[in-house]
Design a protein around this ligand. Structure first.
Ligand SMILES: [Zn+2]
Length: 221
């Protein structure tokens, strides 16, 4: 208890024996102290995590769900898209380049889907030809709707497509309201990421199946 109080810069718990405090006041005091501690810590440390470069600290509010993780509706299809969306936004979605960087074995970072370049996040989201069919119509729609929102505000800022897809709330200050992004852009970004993920998974599963069949045939013959 004493350690926790020191960590959150709260008074020594023994002093509570002498200071009369209501349960509500104590709860408010501790909640404020805990929120303050984590806000400061996260804001100070976020710069050291390159995987979080698309998440600006200005949108971070302890005790509130980040808009990237909020369900826009009770629609189960939309809710299912959130976990993959969050993995992409926080850099925890595993691609070949991550495998190559963190695996002790020698892993080839080349994209297995197209075999044309390293499978980085930008390759997966914007360049991989094997995913073009899924990507093109949704991406066009995202760019079109975002440009419309910026034009309405007479804003001439340049859109960074990666930033836009990974965290469109970065542009919340440049459009009329955060709500515009929640309703019009974020659902499309979620749809894009989820559909790309599903297509990638489908292609990789087929490849694995073919490769395991080949191995079986080889053993039999
Ligand atoms: Zn590729």
């Amino acid at each position: 208890m004493k350690k926790i109080c020191i960590k959150y810069n709260l008074e020594n718990p023994l002093s509570l024996l002498y200071i009369e405090m209501s349960k509500g006041k104590w709860k408010k005091l501790t909640t404020t102290a805990v929120h303050k501690y984590w806000t400061t810590r996260i804001n100070e440390e976020i710069m050291y995590y390159s995987s979080l470069k698309y998440i600006p600290t200005s949108l971070f509010k302890v005790g509130k769900i980040h808009p990237l993780a909020l369900a826009n509706s009770a629609n189960q299809r939309d809710i299912n898209r959130i976990p993959i969306r969050i993995k992409i936004a926080t850099g925890t979605y595993i691609l070949q380049t991550n495998r190559a960087a963190y695996n002790q074995n020698n892993v080839d970072p080349t994209c297995k889907l197209c075999d044309q370049a390293e499978e980085s996040l930008s390759h997966f989201l914007l360049c991989c030809r094997a995913l073009d069919q899924i990507r093109t119509p949704i991406l066009k729609n995202i760019i079109c709707k975002s440009s419309e929102l910026l034009a309405l505000q007479h804003s001439n800022i340049q859109l960074d497509i990666m930033q836009l897809i990974i965290n469109p709330f970065h542009y919340a200050g440049s459009v009329e309201s955060e709500n515009d992004i929640s309703c019009r852009i974020e659902p499309l970004c979620r749809q894009l990421i989820y559909n790309l993920h599903n297509k990638r998974y489908e292609i990789l599963s087929k490849m694995d199946l073919i490769s395991s069949r080949r191995k079986m045939n080889f053993k039999v013959s």
